[in-house]
Write a protein that binds this ligand. Structure first.
Ligand code: FES
Ligand code: FES
Length: 214
């Protein structure tokens, strides 16, 4: 005879209740996950994300990137870098170290260069962000700094290049590109493992006077 056959009806009911209860608790994370899956990208003027339930630990943030507004719901711990790459699909900004040491993730925020791996997306709500994709004013002409990097072969693998270019543009705007020594100093936060440094300096020296004219 099976052991279950010896159980009192009430005991058997309790076990069933216990199993049902346990199953309900186990499904809670799945239900929470389902709530997390609200579309992370709203329409560009979009208020749609705000009209949905925001899960605990998430925030609705408006990122104004390359003159387009995006309302997204993100985990409050999401870096600006991950928001750009994973939520907005702007993969031009690179992740190198994710610790503020390589400069690959450099973007402009309100006209200043910033390491996007060291800033949370929620800290940039409503601020003006420019990435490498939005640097040139038109789609058929490169920014003078981009063109200079091409002219001087200022890259090899190219992984560091978006960050280098964003820093180089800021370096010119800051007035730190007047000579090679200053350029090396103020570009020192951008590491190039391919060691294209001499060509990068030459590119910045070419672009600097052209940027003043534009
Ligand atoms: S990825 Fe941000 S500094 Fe390296
Ligand atoms: S071009 Fe390869 S890391 Fe700079």
């Amino acid at each position: 005879m099976a052991i279950d056959d010896l159980e009192e009806p009430s005991q058997s009911l309790n076990r069933r209740q216990f199993i049902c209860g346990a199953a309900s608790v186990a499904s809670l994370p799945l239900m929470t996950h389902a709530t997390d899956s609200i579309p992370s990208i709203a329409d560009k003027d979009g208020l749609s994300a705000t009209s949905q339930t925001v899960p605990m630990g998430f925030s609705v943030v408006t990122l104004r990137v390359n003159q387009q507004s995006h309302v997204i719901s993100v985990d409050s711990r999401t870096t600006l870098l991950d928001a750009l790459r994973d939520h907005l699909g702007l993969c031009g900004t690179k992740k190198g170290c994710a610790h503020g040491q390589c400069g690959a993730c450099t973007v402009h925020v309100d006209g200043q260069r910033m390491l996007s791996c060291l800033s949370f997306a929620v800290m940039n709500d409503g601020r003006d962000i420019t990435t490498i994709e939005g640097l040139a004013n038109s789609t058929d002409k490169l920014h003078p700094m981009q063109q200079a990097f091409v002219d001087h072969d200022a890259f090899q693998c190219g992984y560091c290049t978006p960050g280098q270019i964003m820093s180089a543009v800021a370096c010119v705007h800051e007035g730190h590109a007047n000579n090679a020594q200053n350029i090396r100093e103020y570009m020192s936060g951008n590491i190039c493992r391919c060691a294209a440094y001499p060509n990068i300096v030459a590119a910045i020296q070419q672009a600097q006077p052209l940027m003043k004219k534009s």
